[in-house]
Design a protein around this ligand. Sequence first.
Ligand code: HEM
Length: 279
Amino acid sequence: MSDAFPYLHVSPKGWRLAMGLRPLEESRWLEVDGHRDEQLAQKDQLLRDHRDVVVATRLEGDDASAELLEHVTGFLRGYHPDIPILIDPLDHPIIAASRLAQADLCVMVRDDTWRLQAACVCFPSRWRLVSKIGTTLDEIHSPIPMYGEELSKPTNSFFDRLQPERSFWRLNWTVLDSPELHQPISARQSPKVDFTKWFFRVERQTLRQLPRTKAIVFTIHNYVESLAALIAVNEEFARNLLLALDTAPDPMNEYKGWAGLGDQLRQVLAGAAKDVTSG
Ligand code: HEM
């Protein structure tokens, strides 16, 4: 990746499952970076070859998807006027919107509760869209250890309180044994590969409510970089990551596929320290 890695943050306080929501400035809703062309080309190929994997829509999400498309085009016209806006009128609006943004787009609509009713997710981090469409926030997050006890209530109540005038963003990070953006498989394994083959992956997520349909749009923009490269230039990051891996509860290590990763990182850091002191 040629741009400096933009969201290199792991808490210095150790592992914690947290909402971590921050207010979002309107101008920062959808990010545009040096990977835009390459990521949109990959989206185009996935939409052609694996459409059933990357798109899921239900009638209940159609109106909100059309409103989302209006907002994506309005955003680009307002904040990125150089970007051409090309829309195929035959595309479902969630697909048309997704072709204009690097981020993946999900539309949540409230009936008895909030449900995922339309999505174009080309870059899932080890989950399957088809298993989530039509389901609730709690069902979507059911594989995550401790989500039910710690995040279910605050997340549902956040969705009920969100207003179109105030949007939010948050970060999720993980370490994976592949830099591939499109990982629609649910299986996770402990990375047993060489340290140089690990990757730090951050999802920058935004949440905003659309004023007309009152649907909530969830966007996910991925950033991936070699873990070894990041550690080499940022010692504080390396220390915080090691602490997070050491303090994450076993079920979380299991879910993330991190078992054994902390020990390997410790060895790498000890080796680097030896190199410095002996050199
Ligand atoms: C305030 C809102 C939200 C919070 C606090 C939240 C929190 C989380 C957390 C902590 C994880 C675990 C990820 C990891 O560390 O690997 C996760 C995973 C996930 N989230 Fe959310 N999330 C939110 C909204 C949403 C929405 C609106 C969707 C809609 C598509 C969503 C879809 C997912 C999916 C698909 C996963 C992966 C689940 C799996 O492994 O099967 N999240 N979320």
